[in-house]
Design a protein around this ligand. Structure first.
Ligand SMILES: [Ca+2]
Length: 276
């Protein structure tokens, strides 16, 4: 009897640690209560037309930390969602609205049927203010910085995900949306809308074989460059908003992403008031 108890105890410890490693946005989505809305919700997504393979991004951005909301900049292999053995490839900066001022960094590999996550949370005070977000992606490492301070570093020596990420060129994207998964993002308050995420500028640096980065382009968003960017018009599983081109507009040299309820579009006066 004693032996059985000991065995049970060992198994419990083992399954607890396994479960802890597996708790992520996908596992939470299976058990969580869901956010509700009374009207259609709209968000915005910017996506690149080109792909890059390694490089450095610096994004001057006001993220949106708000219950229920995910605000992001990320790289993504566009074919990931299709599954059928295709790998999933994604590197994320995201706010997670469940707690104020939380930045989630994540690598997603595996495939659509079983995504591998490595979510990490970092406290970033006043995350709703402008900050510089830097992503450095090389064959050897992936580094996330906020205002030039490293908040996370993963190396190919220690992370299979960093090795896996190196095999596929990726697009780069930014979006703001509302997740139905309360256990992940918190309880959404429809009355808080409209809300805004803002990008002032983005720089991209090519990765050189000698390990250095070289400035390739900078976009100040004084106009919308249709040769570089597209505006999404779709949604996806667990996302309560539809991405609407009307909710992604340039206002006074800033790229504005709006979350709205009931109607699409950005009320410029409301946006400017919200920036004060
Ligand atoms: Ca600008």
């Amino acid at each position: 009897m004693k032996k059985i108890n000991l065995l049970t105890a060992v198994l419990c410890v083992f399954s607890f640690s396994t479960m802890a490693d597996d708790v992520n946005q996908d596992s939470r989505a299976k058990v969580s209560l869901k956010n509700q809305a009374t009207q259609a919700l709209y968000g915005a997504e910017l996506y690149s037309l080109e792909k890059v393979h390694f490089g450095k991004f610096i994004i001057r951005m006001k993220m949106l930390s708000e219950p229920g909301v995910v605000s992001s900049f990320f790289t993504y292999d566009n074919e990931s969602w299709q599954g059928e053995g295709r790998p999933w490839r994604e590197i994320d900066f995201e706010t997670i609205g469940s707690k104020p001022d939380q930045l989630q960094t994540n690598l997603i590999t595996g495939n659509a049927a079983k995504r591998e996550h490595s979510e990490r949370m970092t406290n970033v005070p006043n995350i709703n203010d402008y900050k510089n977000y830097t992503l450095e992606w090389t064959p050897k490492s992936i580094i996330w910085k906020v205002n030039d301070e490293i908040v996370r570093e993963e190396t190919a020596a220690d992370s299979q995900q960093v090795k896996d990420m190196a095999d596929t060129p990726q697009t780069y994207r930014s979006n703001v949306w509302i997740s139905e998964v309360i256990d992940w993002v918190g309880r959404f308050e429809e009355a808080h809308l409209p809300k805004y995420q803002v990008i002032d500028w983005i720089e991209f640096y090519d990765y050189k074989d000698n390990g250095s980065f070289e400035l390739s382009w900078r976009d100040d968003f004084n106009s919308f460059d249709t040769k570089r960017w597209g505006k999404a018009e779709w949604s996806f599983d667990t996302n309560m908003v539809t991405f609407a081109p009307e909710n992604l507009q340039i206002i006074d040299g800033k790229l504005v992403f709006a979350l709205t309820s009931g109607t699409k579009g950005i009320d410029k006066a409301d946006f400017l008031k919200a920036q004060k």
